[in-house]
Design a protein around this ligand. Structure first.
Ligand SMILES: CC(C)(COP(=O)(O)OP(=O)(O)OC[C@H]1O[C@@H](n2cnc3c(N)ncnc32)[C@H](O)[C@@H]1OP(=O)(O)O)[C@@H](O)C(=O)NCCC(=O)NCCS
Length: 162
């Protein structure tokens, strides 16, 4: 089941993020990958900026996704499912839940250009790669220039016909 994460979930979110992020090792540029991929103090700051939702199995979180309203858009941030639980629909359920909470006309997600599986995950769920990604990353994200260069942005228009 899906539930909103709380500050006391931080250690579990830290574990899930860093286990799932091992998928980036050897895939994204080497200077962009480090362990822990998401340091605890950085996660603490991120949890203040956004709301995390998690998928729980037997009372334990196994996947998380962040929902961050910024200006006139919503960003999907930090989507991570534990490796042993991947490709079983958990990421899709979290994404659908977040889509249902969107109050803006645009939902955006950024990921590494080399993370083909993540791009495919979003493309198969209604997102398209956006050509103005550098502009978008600078407007809506607060990330280093190197990450801007090595990332892509996918977007989805929501609630257009409602
Ligand atoms: C991306 C991620 C959050 C998706 O969660 P999930 O629970 O695996 O997603 P679902 O089971 O709902 O959907 C799986 C789909 O995602 C894509 N996908 C996920 N992992 C994949 C992999 N290792 N190889 C290829 N495709 C993959 C495929 O399109 C797959 O569809 P398929 O199983 O029909 O081929 C999860 O795989 C993950 O944590 N990956 C590592 C970290 C990451 O890339 N995060 C994204 C940051 S934006």
């Amino acid at each position: 089941m899906i539930r909103q994460c709380q500050p006391q979930d931080i250690n579990r979110i830290y574990f899930i993020s860093n286990e799932a992020a091992k998928a980036y090792d050897g895939t994204i540029p080497a200077d962009c990958y480090h362990q822990p991929y998401m340091p605890l103090d950085e996660l603490e700051q991120e949890m203040k900026r956004m709301t995390f939702f998690g998928w729980e199995i037997n009372g334990e979180l196994v996947g998380v996704m962040g929902f961050e309203p910024v200006k006139d858009v919503i960003l999907i941030r930090h989507a991570y499912v534990l490796p042993e639980w991947q490709r079983q629909g958990i990421g899709s359920k979290l994404l659908n839940h977040l889509k249902g909470l969107v109050t803006t006309s645009r939902l955006l997600v950024g990921t590494w250009a080399d993370a083909r599986w993540a791009i495919e995950f979003y493309e198969r769920r209604g997102f398209s790669l956006l050509p103005d990604k550098d502009e978008l990353l600078k407007t809506y994200w607060d990330i280093p220039q190197r990450q801007v260069e090595t990332s892509v942005v996918l977007g989805m228009e929501v609630g257009i016909d409602s």
